[in-house]
Design a protein around this ligand. Structure first.
Ligand SMILES: NC(=O)c1ccc[n+]([C@@H]2O[C@H](COP(=O)([O-])OP(=O)(O)OC[C@H]3O[C@@H](n4cnc5c(N)ncnc54)[C@H](OP(=O)(O)O)[C@@H]3O)[C@@H](O)[C@H]2O)c1
Length: 276
């Protein structure tokens, strides 16, 4: 990997990281995709794994798990940026979350790193419905969230990956914060109705309170993540995110992909088909 600008992709098996790595591969651009299962492995909880992953890289796409709103995230991001600088990286592209105070503090750690940077600050992913946490409950016919009747401009992770790759490969995006959303505001009931119509599954949205959401999460993810996700929902579903942003248009010169196109393509692929 001695050619120009090799890119470290963190979370390369995840919803955005896999697509960033695939786009770089399609362009023939040198990159190293890492996660806890790669060789070398990269683990946010094991700082000793960071330097081997960074070696020989010139830029990085950063996804932080479990979320930039986690209490330890800002210090980890600061230390990672420092390690990246020591390793000779020139540019960092950070995936951030819209309307999250903790994420904005982590964004500042990247801005203060002294390296070139682009922030890609995203709304709720379309692909949460077929690749993420909600997939199995959708197969059971329910999207249960403490989101009341809030509207959200769901974004396609293909758009996020395209913006991230543009930022990684073209210096004209340096210093930008792209707030990326889809082109339409939908309620979760609207989203459920579109998924139901395209998939044939009887899916509906059930608004629940934070305590019910927390109790449902607890057995699957434990208290720390249940607290984090419940607090995060209270923050991002307080009305602050009920608006569109123009990040995709500004970064790529075209409008973002529409939710209906995502739903039709996922349904056609069998994303919500129940196993026989
Ligand atoms: N989902 C949304 O709607 C949304 C919206 C805005 C922003 N975001 C942000 O998106 C980020 C999540 O990105 P994503 O959706 O691409 O993730 P994802 O699909 O959940 O994938 C997570 C990736 O991180 C890796 N990973 C898990 N634990 C790790 C650890 N301790 N150290 C290093 N890697 C680890 C996973 O691979 P291994 O299991 O192999 O390690 C996987 O590659 C979060 O920071 C979140 O704030 C999400």
């Amino acid at each position: 990997m001695t050619t120009q600008n090799p890119v470290l992709v963190i979370g390369a098996t995840g919803k955005t990281g896999a697509r960033v790595a695939a786009r770089l591969a399609a362009l023939g651009h040198p990159h190293r995709g890492v996660s806890r299962r790669s060789e070398p492995a990269f683990d946010w909880e094991k700082p000793e794994t960071w330097a081997p992953a960074l070696e020989g890289m010139k830029s990085a796409y950063i996804t932080y798990v479990p979320d930039l709103a986690a209490p330890e995230a800002q210090e980890n991001i600061r230390r990672f940026a420092e390690a990246a600088k020591s390793a000779g990286l020139k540019k960092l592209v950070l995936l951030s979350g819209r309307g999250e105070h903790g994420a904005e503090v982590s964004e500042d750690r990247i801005r203060q790193s002294g390296l070139d940077f682009t922030i890609v600050r995203a709304s709720w992913f379309n692909q949460n419905f077929d690749e993420g946490f909600f997939h199995s409950s959708i197969l059971d016919g329910v999207i249960a969230l403490p989101a009341a009747k809030r509207v959200e401009p769901f974004i396609d992770v293909e758009d996020i990956a395209e913006v991230a790759v543009a930022a990684l490969l073209d210096d004209k995006h340096n210093g930008e914060t792209y707030e990326v959303t889809g082109p339409r505001l939908l309620t979760f009931a609207d989203a459920a109705a579109e998924i139901a119509a395209a998939s044939g599954l009887p899916v509906s949205y059930v608004p629940i309170d934070g305590a019910t959401f927390h109790a449902a999460l607890l057995p699957a993810v434990g208290p720390e993540i249940a607290d984090l996700m419940t607090n995060l929902c209270a923050e991002v579903f307080d009305g602050r995110n009920e608006r569109l942003s123009d990040g995709v248009q500004r970064a790529l010169g075209r409008p973002p992909r529409d939710f209906s196109d995502y739903v039709k393509a996922a349904a056609a692929r069998g994303a919500w088909r129940k196993a026989a």
